[in-house]
Write a protein that binds this ligand. Structure first.
Ligand code: FRU
Length: 490
């Protein structure tokens, strides 16, 4: 279906009740609705926004277009949770109905200030000639969860030397000052991030560009994030326009991080190491982090990518968010682990300890559509070993370690309904390890695989048949000791 401009920019309050009901009906007929991930009631979800903790609850907003699986007029949709596991749909948080956000309430972040939650976002606008003009805006949520938009943007102009691709403010506080970094494009069409400061979240001063070693690294840096951990500074961003390099940068757009010294805000210098992808899988973009009351740095990402058709499109919806992951630093690398609260999802448990000798082994009781699985392979002399998930007559999703080549491999060639094949159906990364621990979350239409306690993560949407519920462990040209535990997730 080709969407007209009118359809893409229709407001939700212009839709009839019937239309919404019809939409939900189609969505609910979809066999690939997720069980324990945040997903939109209808339409398209993209970036996580305003991830924060405010008055006893986690708040996680996201980019939302209600009417279908396309990038039209974006709203902020609000979900909240007491435990990072069970999320309640609150409803629309920001409506893009003002002159400064008429073509979308685009991505942004949240921070608590004076007892209220300040949401800072980009108002996307287009003029008659369809020229883009971005504004940086504020909306404020109070204790009663009411959200009020400020009448005027707080940053109305694009600094000289940069184009209209200027969006996605991420705000933090240091000392008496607030800081925001904003994704930008220089006039020579290279990507970067800009730094602003404010004493009160309302008056913002342009400090300048953050100086990094990446002068030519893609044409736009979306959704930047900056935080400090273990006396280090970490800059996350999603650059567009990076070419493939070996196993890396295979997706249409990338998301990654650089670890460095703490950002010197006065000189705006960031002395850093190399850019590393956060996730080695297929469907991961525009992540955002927050600092929770327990002192943990927690990340959630969009489990999807722009400009790709997904099999759920035909049912009128697309995408979900990743599970929340705790981030730590180990040997100058970011390590990601599923937050421990997710144990609450664990249902019926089954365990096994065995030696895998034959090519592949089915083990009694190991199957399912939605589950958590931890499988450790040790004492192995096999060339490669791993697990096939969601196995059916003609379907399987393979995660394996090629020991001789020192590669971790995710293969979704036969995962079910095919999509995005133009970008390849296999993802790999280099990994040196003697033993491998796979920690896997399988939902109806996704897998998230944490390798060796989060040293690497592979995320992918998959679209298998409901009946494809097999789990197979295998070792090739040798054997491996396997110890595995699986919990059903109901
Ligand atoms: C990233 C992004 C952001 C923008 C938003 C619009 O996916 O393009 O840069 O704010 O999505 O939905």
């Amino acid at each position: 279906m080709k969407w007209t401009k009118e359809q893409r920019y229709k407001r939700l309050d212009e839709a009839g009740e019937e239309e919404i009901l019809e939409l939900s009906k189609r969505v609910n007929e979809c066999p690939w609705r997720q069980k324990f991930h945040i997903q939109p009631v209808t339409g398209l979800l993209n970036d996580p926004n305003g991830f924060s903790f405010y008055e006893g609850e986690y708040h996680l907003f996201y980019q939302w277009f209600p009417f279908g699986p396309i990038h039209g007029l974006k709203y902020w949709y609000h979900t909240k949770s007491k435990d990072l596991v069970h999320w309640e749909n609150v409803g629309i948080a920001i409506e893009p109905h003002d002159y400064f956000d008429s073509h979308g309430a685009y991505s942004g972040s949240a921070i608590e200030y004076n007892g209220k939650l300040y949401l800072m976002y980009t108002g996307n606008t287009r003029d008659e000639k369809w020229h883009r003009n971005p504004y940086q805006c504020i909306a404020i949520m109070d204790s009663s969860r009411r959200i009020t938009k400020m009448k005027k943007p707080v940053i109305s102009n694009i600094p000289t030397g940069y184009t209209e691709h200027f969006r996605d403010p991420k705000v933090w506080k240091a000392g008496d000052s607030f800081y925001a970094i904003i994704g930008a494009q220089r006039s020579d069409e290279t990507g970067c991030v800009l730094l602003y400061s404010s004493p009160n979240m309302m008056d913002w001063k342009f400090e300048g560009e953050i100086n990094t070693d990446l002068r030519q690294f893609g044409y736009m840096w979306e959704c930047p994030d900056y935080f400090e951990l273990n006396q280090k500074g970490i800059l996350i961003f999603s650059p567009q326009g990076i070419s493939q390099k070996g196993d890396e940068f295979q997706n249409i757009y990338q998301s990654g991080y650089m670890i460095g010294d703490k950002l010197d805000v006065a000189e705006r210098n960031f002395v850093h190491g190399s850019f590393t992808e956060l996730d080695r899988g297929f469907d991961f973009y525009a992540p955002q982090t927050m600092l929770d009351p327990k002192g943990r740095r927690i990340l959630s990402g969009w489990m999807g990518l722009p400009e790709i058709d997904y099999p759920t499109d035909q049912f009128g919806w697309a995408h979900c968010l990743t599970l929340p992951r705790e981030i730590t630093i180990k040997e100058n690398k970011l390590v990601q682990t599923p937050v421990s609260e997710l144990k609450k999802l664990r249902g019926e448990e089954i365990t096994v300890e065995t030696i895998i000798t034959q090519d592949s082994a089915l083990i009694d009781g190991f199957h399912g559509e939605t589950y958590e699985l931890i499988a450790e392979f040790t004492e192995t002399d096999a060339d490669e070993f791993g697990i096939e998930l969601r196995v059916g007559v003609q379907e399987k999703t393979i995660i394996k370690y090629e020991k001789t080549k020192k590669k971790m491999v995710l293969d979704r060639t036969f995962s079910g309904q095919r999509f995005a094949e133009k970008f390849g159906t296999i993802r790999k990364c280099h990994l040196e390890a003697e033993k491998i621990k796979f920690h896997i979350f399988v939902d109806v239409s996704s897998v998230e695989i944490f390798i060796n306690d989060g040293e690497e993560v592979f995320t992918a949407r998959i679209f298998p048949k409901k009946e494809s519920t097999g789990i197979r462990f295998f070792a090739k040209e040798g054997q491996a000791k396997l110890s595995a535990v699986k919990w059903a997730i109901a």
